[in-house]
Design a protein around this ligand. Structure first.
Ligand code: MAN
Length: 446
């Protein structure tokens, strides 16, 4: 294109590059030299519009036609240098803290690895103990079984044995008496027949007072006879059978309401007293365990619980080692950290990998639980989801946006949508050594 057509106030090129110094091409960028400061580019449609765009063209060259805007580049540059110095200081401080955080994160990882290896050692010890207890339990159960076999029905307490002896005697006497009764009954039946025959056949014409007296007496006896049959519902034999079912351990059931550890100790004491000959041994019920079996079982159960706890804890720690903690795992150093600040009438807090909350006006509101984080445009964004439901509104959520700063801090909080909270703050995590700093200014509204 002919050079005469450059800046002739007529837009020739489709990208507007022939009119960098006029407002002829709306898509073109006007170049400001900004002598004493940094050159800038302003959208060409803002050239010669009667407004001084000092934020981009500090030299006022965008209003060249009317020459409206005297250059402010000296002041702008001084401020720029001051701001840049502060920013650089903050960046340097931030980078120092970031380095410390990375070191802490490394240590935290080593700590987790050590914890896993310690727990694995404990786990293998516990597994060994489990094997030993299992073998001991098997042995003790066998001993129990042996004892049961060698001791069938023995060791009944003395009063019971005495009672059984007496009852056996009662049973024998009962047999004798019952035989006697039936003998007497048959004699009585015979006598009855004799007297009945006498009554029928005697000659009343013979005045024999002995016969008459005998018949009268007999009639009297007959009249008074109680014909009630006494039914027998129990016998000494039955009582003996019941006693045979007696098992001495039933007296031991007071143990059931005692804590198991205490009852095991009592059983041990009892066994000792038996072994010393102070207390009589007692027969063990088929389903009852010896104190030895009980204590081994308790120890085995405890070791199994420990194994379970250790395994779960190792799995949790191993999962933690594969979790995303960002570059250099820096967020591992912050996993239990919470950042808090009072903004207007509320205290706001967010915890890395935890919850975000709002406190104030007598309320505590959960703004959500950590969901994910990502880096975007030099910022770290953390999303908190599923907070408390708003009255007549949605479920609360929060978006935390952190830019580089020397420490963690909440700077502003806004609620652009009802119950959606935007928390802006600083974090050294975001600081980057920027050798690739841009040397021109472009309007951020673009
Ligand atoms: C509370 C606070 C506010 C929120 C309202 C919604 O007052 O959590 O941030 O907007 O509840 O009812």
């Amino acid at each position: 294109m002919d050079f005469a057509k450059v800046n002739d106030d007529y837009c020739d090129c489709p990208d507007g590059s022939d009119e960098p110094g006029t407002g002829a091409c709306s898509q073109a960028l006007f170049y400001c030299e900004n002598k004493g400061h940094i050159p800038g580019y302003l959208p060409a449609n803002r050239v010669n519009d009667g407004n001084c765009d000092y934020n981009i063209c500090c030299d006022g060259s965008d209003e060249w036609k009317l020459n409206l805007c005297p250059s402010k580049c000296q002041e702008v540059h001084a401020e720029y240098l001051k701001a840049k110095e502060i920013e650089e200081r903050q960046l340097a401080e931030g980078l120092k803290v970031k380095k410390q955080l990375i070191d802490q994160a490394k240590q935290a990882r080593v700590q987790v690895e050590k914890e896993i290896s310690d727990k694995q050692t404990q786990l293998s010890e516990k597994r060994q103990a489990q094997g030993i207890y299992e073998a001991q339990l098997k042995e003790a159960l066998k001993e129990d079984e042996e004892q049961r076999k060698n001791n069938p029905g023995a060791l009944i307490p003395e009063p019971i044995t005495e009672a059984k002896k007496l009852l056996l005697q009662v049973h024998k006497e009962e047999e004798i008496l019952l035989n006697r009764i039936s003998e007497l009954e048959s004699q009585c039946g015979h006598l009855n027949k004799v007297l009945e025959a006498l009554k029928e056949n005697y000659n009343p014409n013979f005045n024999d007072p002995a016969v008459k007296g005998a018949i009268r007496e007999w009639e009297e006896i007959q009249g008074n006879r109680d014909n009630k049959v006494v039914e027998r519902t129990a016998s000494a034999q039955q009582v003996l059978q019941k006693l045979d079912e007696y098992e001495p351990e039933s007296s031991n059931e007071y143990n059931s309401w005692l804590p198991e550890v205490v009852s095991v100790k009592l059983e041990e004491l009892r066994d000792w007293l038996v072994s010393q000959g102070i207390l009589a041994a007692r027969k063990r019920r088929a389903n009852q365990e010896s104190s030895q079996v009980k204590s081994i079982r308790l120890a085995l159960e405890a070791v199994e619980r420990d194994i379970n706890d250790l395994s779960n804890s190792i799995t949790g720690l191993q999962e933690d080692l594969t979790k995303d903690y960002g570059e250099n795992e820096i967020l591992r150093a912050l996993k239990n950290e919470c950042i808090k600040n009072k903004i207007a009438e509320y205290d706001y807090e967010f915890c890395f990998y935890g919850k975000a909350s709002q406190n104030g006006k007598g309320h505590h509101s959960n703004l959500g639980t950590f969901d994910r984080f990502f880096f975007e445009d030099g910022k770290m964004v953390i999303n908190y989801e599923n907070g408390a439901r708003c009255w007549n509104g949605p479920i609360r959520r929060a978006v935390v946006e952190l830019t580089c700063g020397p420490s963690h801090e909440i700077i502003t909080v806004s609620e652009p949508e009802k119950c959606e909270y935007h928390i802006k703050g600083l974090s050294p995590v975001v600081c980057k050594d920027k050798s690739e700093d841009s040397s021109t200014i472009v309007d951020s509204d673009q």
